[in-house]
Design a protein around this ligand. Structure first.
Ligand SMILES: [Zn+2]
Length: 163
């Protein structure tokens, strides 16, 4: 569900606002409150039940403070001039980004569960060429001496096993 408020308000210069304000689906499935036009700032009251516009949009008296601003707005009759999310005083920021724990860095594994070197880490030494181009021939001693050294240590300690 994504509803819009197409603002038809007359602006101070006599032109019609003609801005389409996009409401974000999740917040507006069941929602009652006021929302401002991104272009002219006219505040509209809406009451949405199960994604259906039960009441509104009804223009509110000037000076009404809106509960929220649209996520995005554009003007289809003027070449889609637009307001992207997060424009101060016009649109609200996009808050649906992944949670922080999903924005972390990958944890490159240099050894398999049996303690043998694997090749899936980055950055690979440039001499290996394009990913996978070395085929089965992986001169680990030459290309990744530090991993080779670590592998020798692990073998000595009995941390690399066949099964
Ligand atoms: Zn407007």
């Amino acid at each position: 569900m994504c509803d819009i408020i197409w603002c038809k308000e007359k602006k101070a210069d006599g032109t019609v606002c003609n801005t389409v304000n996009y409401l974000d689906p999740f917040n507006f499935w069941n929602w009652e409150g006021t929302i401002a036009c991104a272009e002219c700032g006219t505040v509209y009251y809406i009451y949405m039940i199960q994604g259906w516009m039960y009441r509104g949009p009804e223009k509110q008296p000037p000076g009404t403070e809106p509960d929220i601003r649209p996520l995005y707005a554009d003007k289809p009759l003027e070449g889609y001039v637009r307001y992207l999310p997060g424009v101060e005083g016009k649109t609200r920021p996009y808050l649906c980004l992944p949670r922080e724990i999903y924005l972390g860095k990958p944890d490159p594994r240099r050894f398999s569960i049996r303690g043998y070197p694997v090749r899936g880490w980055a950055p690979q030494p440039p001499s290996t060429g394009i990913a996978g181009s070395a085929g089965f021939k992986w001169e680990i001693e030459k290309l990744s001496p530090e991993v080779w050294q670590e592998f020798q240590e692990m073998k000595k300690k009995g941390e690399a096993r066949d099964w």
